[in-house]
Ligand binder design. Sequence first.
Ligand code: ZN
Length: 318
Amino acid sequence: MQTDLSAALDIGGTKIAGALVDAQGRLVVRAARPTPADQDGATVMRAVAEVVRELAAAPEWARVAAVGIGSAGPVDAAAGTVSPVNIPGWRDFPLVAGVRALAGELPVTLVGDGVAMTAAEHWQGAARGHDNALCMVVSTGVGGGLVLDGRLHPGPSGNAGHIGHISVDLDGDPCPCGARGCVERIASGPNIARRALANGWRPGPDGDASAAAVAAAARAGDPVALSSFERAGQALAAGIAATATLVEIDIAVIGGGVAGAGDVLFDPLRTALRDYATLSFVSGLTVVPAQMGTDAGVVGAAAAAAQRSRLDAFTPAP
Ligand SMILES: [Zn+2]
């Protein structure tokens, strides 16, 4: 039997998605359950088990070579444990052991969700063909991952590239992580909305005070809304420029709900990048929207598993 598939799990605060993914990144079989995020850890794990059993019941399961898991973080890939901020029942939860018990002899690889999204964008999306890339998810939080020298760089614990908690404002607001002035504290959706409200922006008659509503107001020319997105773009630019200066990336890919704001975010971001990425070796740096959409998590978990198990079939195209 040809083993040309990866089994992939994408575990987030609202949904547990699973898929069998082929060597071209196509989803051959899908399964999903809502995440019972407000329940105890064993209940959440039962939902994971239902997804794995549904995948394993497919005849294609016999072709699976490896299992990849992308999880909301923090994760500890070395220990095989996860402590997702948005799943309180899981703290140092032994997710890899739990999945291994369901998946038999297959190797299991765990990475953070930002690293998984990066693997997907590098394999099939906006970072394809780039040997050195930073990919980011800007949403409720800000996460990310790195491709260096043509390979995904998850780091020892599976969290490398977590740009959301680089400080870009030395004396800035305290961040829930314990530091100050983090990229996430300025550029995440809730913080874009928070800053707009604090500076006098008010939602419309529908009461929608989300970052998407701020983006709509910015597109209509609201100066406070525009200014909140400018500040977010500036924070992202400073973090991207720092990353480029450290490890010489030539592209930054931005996905997540806030990236859906489009030019309202990307225009000030690119302008600010010219202010921060000034040295000759980073001056060619480009910033583009992500391409992989909602399947990025499972496609990326599959790519991470395949890289770990060195399947030639999964080597990203040049
Ligand atoms: Zn932080």
